[in-house]
Ligand binder design. Sequence first.
Ligand code: TYM
Length: 345
Amino acid sequence: MTITESQQPADRQRILSGAKPTADSLHLGNYIGAVRNWAEMQSSYDAVIFIPDLHAVTVDFDPTTLARRTRTVAAQYIAAGIDPEESTFFVQSHVPEHAQLAWALNCITGFGEASRMTQFKDKSAKQGTDSTTLGLFAYPTLMAADILLYQADLVPVGEDQRQHLELTRNLAQRFNTRFGETFTVPEATILRDTAKIYDLQNPTAKMSKTGESVNGTIQLLDDPGVTAKRIKSAVTDDDTEIRFDEQNKPGISNLLTIYSVISGKTIAELEADYAGRMYGHLKVDLADVLVEFVTPLRNRTNELLADPAELDRLLAQGAAKARGIAATTLGTVYDRMGFLPRKQA
Ligand code: TYM
């Protein structure tokens, strides 16, 4: 039997992922470690790509800024190649089942287990006990709900999400054992070579939205001149050899990883190209290549942002599709947990 196009979706594995709208732009680490892979996987998998805005309010936030950033991330996903017609593309708060399933999962998660989440420990230590909320503590169970609601098989993320994925798997298995087979136990898809892009000023810390140094992060919506400047002022080392060695040459290794992803050349090819040349040459070339790469991405994002009504329409269409799946899973969960069925009045 030949497989027709309409039969394919049911056979395809499902991937699910998202990036928080907590900055004015996604950064190069988000793109290389995550978004790029979603766009590549989209044609062979059933892709669920969403904007976790409920997660964005677990740290300090401003309502007007949040709304703007949520549309910006939506536009950046599309500019980076996510097709809102092919993928299920939506905003988390538009699908109330996320918060509902998160509550159910909170009630099977140990306090000690949640306390061991390193992202919680880092963030709460950074912002102090007074501004640490219950929401931040429950962040990982909301993330588990995001994944389990859609019965995702694979979750393509960067290295920093590994522990959250482990918790998600544990919760899925725990629920299945206690209440009967309900959830697919998902696998993390973490691409080894690009799972962690480092801060340009502090190349042993990951590039992040809230990085210590503004100059260490490349925002995809930055002015191209700023992008070039940040690459040229990236911290390297006292040596002169252009060689990939994460242990002893973290700055140069990070630049080589970025260069390799953006140019499509392997690290070995780049090492050969730059043998006997100086760090400055590598930086100037990488700055050019990167500017050439981010400029169309930036222009396309700005074009999409100029029509917020169309973005909202695409997000509404995606939320309707997402709810179809999410409501079915939540219905099974509620039933298995013994909640009375809700009858029509
Ligand atoms: P977020 O918004 O911090 O990051 C989005 C994605 O980008 C990856 N990433 C990186 N990859 C490589 N190098 C870096 N420097 C770098 N910085 C970030 C992250 O690993 C992530 O894949 N908790 C998630 C959002 C989320 C989610 C989900 C993800 C909520 N629910 C369900 C997957 C499935 C987060 O904070 O991502």
